[in-house]
Design a protein around this ligand. Sequence first.
Ligand code: 0A1
Ligand code: ZN
Length: 865
Amino acid sequence: MTDASSTPAIPVTIHRGDYRPPEWQVPDIALDFALGIDETRVSARLSVVRHADAPAPLLLRGDGITPAEVRVDGSVWNDWRMEGGDLIVDLGERTAAMVEVDTVINPATNTQLMGLYASNAMLCTQCEAEGFRRITFHPDRPDVLSRYRVRMEGDKAAFPILLSNGNCVEQGAGEGGRHWALWEDPWPKPSYLFALVAGDLVVNRDSFTTMSGRKVELGIWVRAGDEDRTGHAMQALKDSMAWDERVYGREYDLDLFNIVAVSDFNMGAMENKGLNVFNTRYILADPDTATDMDYDGVEGVVAHEYFHNWSGNRVTCRDWFQLSLKEGFTVYRDQSFSADMGSPPVKRIEDVRLLRAAQFPEDAGPLAHPIRPDSFQEISNFYTATIYNKGAEIIRMMATMVGPERFRKGTDLYFDRHDGEAATCEDFVKAIEDGAGIDLTQFRLWYSQAGTPRITARIATDERNGERTLHLTQVVPATPGQPEKAPMLIPLRIKAYDLDGGHGVEEEQLVLLDRTEMAVPLGHYRSPPMLSLNRGFSAPVIVDFAREEGELEWLAANDDDPFARYEALQQLMLDTLVTAVSGKASDAGAVVDAIRQTLTGSAADPAFVAEAVLLPSEAFIGDQMVIVDPDAIRRERLALQAAIGTALESEWRAILGQLAPAATLLTPLAKGRRRLRGVALAYLAATGMGDASELAFGIFSGADGMTERQAALATLAHGDSKERAQALDIFYRRYRDNPLVLDKWFQVQAWSLRSDTVAAVAALAEHPDFTLTNPNRVRALYGALSANQAAFHQADGAGYRLIADLVLALDPKNPQTAARMIPPLGRWKRFGDARAAMMKAELERILAQPGLSRDVTEQASKSLL
Ligand code: 0A1
Ligand code: ZN
């Protein structure tokens, strides 16, 4: 066996239109593992059945493995050959056969974290999307579904716990201190949902009784010492199970549900059938080490993976072009769940903020792709904000257009029709059409057209009679490979407020914008109506609307849709900032007044207030401009922050003067109050007031939990006080043995608004606690740097160089995580000629590296276009 990756020199492009049904199915598969950290022997028995009419060779995918022996129907078989990494077995005229292949793999040297790998002396698997082929030869495509029987054997001291999908049906002791277990999963599944875990783990056990009265045993498996930090994940799991029954009528279908937390993991978590594998950061939480945001992350990801049991596992994807079928729908489901568990408006604001931060730039850059892509080279590169988050918005729009009851009829029909199948996005849309009774012909364009639609709104007045008309236009921008676009169906929730007693409609309406230009009669208004547009962010679009003077202020204070209130205040801040950045005189007065109003608003939920008064991010300000000037944005944003800090000093001090809620209190109200305190501290610190560092240090030292501690540390990290150094040092010494908290220590320094952050990141990369082998650590340092606009775009190009160096160093170890660092370099068109030249030069330097992975090659070469 070799561990060489079978990456071809010239990446092959795979096209959605080339899909052909599999010629062979594998109804049953038995796997036998003789486990060892640096040598694991795998024997696979595949019962294969021909579906093609004529004889066809059996194509079994492989990546970095070689067959030790091939047997067919019990006899050694020589009619096979290798093609690239794949194994082609010639079965002659046979229509069915039992094919056995033995392989040997080395989990210890598997730094890609795909297939079977070692993490902290434990063995675990990651098979989505195409990792199963690194374990054994197999068609390894999601439309081949099999029943799995998994036997594993290993040293009992090293691997006391042996887990796989489904139920443990037998176990026993072997010779020489070894033991074994046999697991069976009754539900046919694609290979990407296979999982195995072996190691020294402890469990938090609980149970859940389903709506039909079946008792399900729940287990969360972690390393000894971590079990006390699994309570929140367990509660989230039980809440998710109950929610999916209540809201979607979906019941869990095995007697056992296990979750395992691993430290080295490329993504957030994985929905393997009955055995979810999680990044520790989405399982472990206690008030001393996790922020409120971390707690919410745990709850959301546990729900997401659990919901996949129906949207993903029971109904899976036909091919990887359909990835958004399971991901968009499941993100929509987890967003709805989290909204129900906390505050719906605040959750909506957070989701939209994420969409704008991660997906809009993707849709506007060289890597733009529709939620159902037409081609790819490496599927790992398509686990994107477009597939996930824009995908969720597409599902949300369907739900908005038909309402909750009809939407439920649609999803019921979808699950009924396709249970046990590998389905397509088209199958989902058809089920919603048929079940909910709606024509989605034009709406389907959301699946095929990339790019964020841009809407222009204008209100015209008929001077003779005071009739007002809303004129809407839409433009879907050109994206790579899609120069021309057709107009989309865009559902816009709108409401026009009448301040002056005309006869305007004051009810909310759902406008279905389905053409390039459209006129919507609003009725008669004596003075211009206050128009609330795209309420609740009903469509993932950009709206340009030249507003009347004072309109945004009015909406920020009075709109009855909280999202629209938030949006109005954000727009007011954006307008002020964009004016300032373009060198024109701007006035912070209106923003200050609107923030004051929001702070003192009577029924104000502190979590909502905290979100609403937060300034837009530097990146989002940049997104409003044709050519981004990161330094001017940094300067003007800090200036506005300081002005707001000074003008509302007593309000901020009053918020901080109140007692902080106990860190153990995790109610939405307590979380909201902590969030608002963090925002207040940041505003005060921005003023540079004499006591700001002391104040922050006081909060840092006095904090009884991580939310306040991290907020204070992050605030201090922006400055250069002696308290900054002290706090960083205290934090490091206290948490140096807790990897997840140490990630925060790296992260707050890379987030810093100081002018020496790039140099600081370069120095931190040499820190003894920094390592390229842990994706969380890499993201904490370098991911934070590329999210720090002015630092990443430092004028001398040092930020770009650092990221490119990282990509080159990481690619040979972990191409998937390396490739994820490239997209920020691909935004060169927006940052002016000097920066563009440097960014392109770094992309070219990456591409010049011999032996580059398919992952990085695809991202870097597309980023240059
Ligand atoms: N399906 C998972 C995401 C996931 C995808 C690929 C992975 O490989 C490293 C891991 C996880 C989800 O949506 O949660
Ligand atoms: Zn998912």
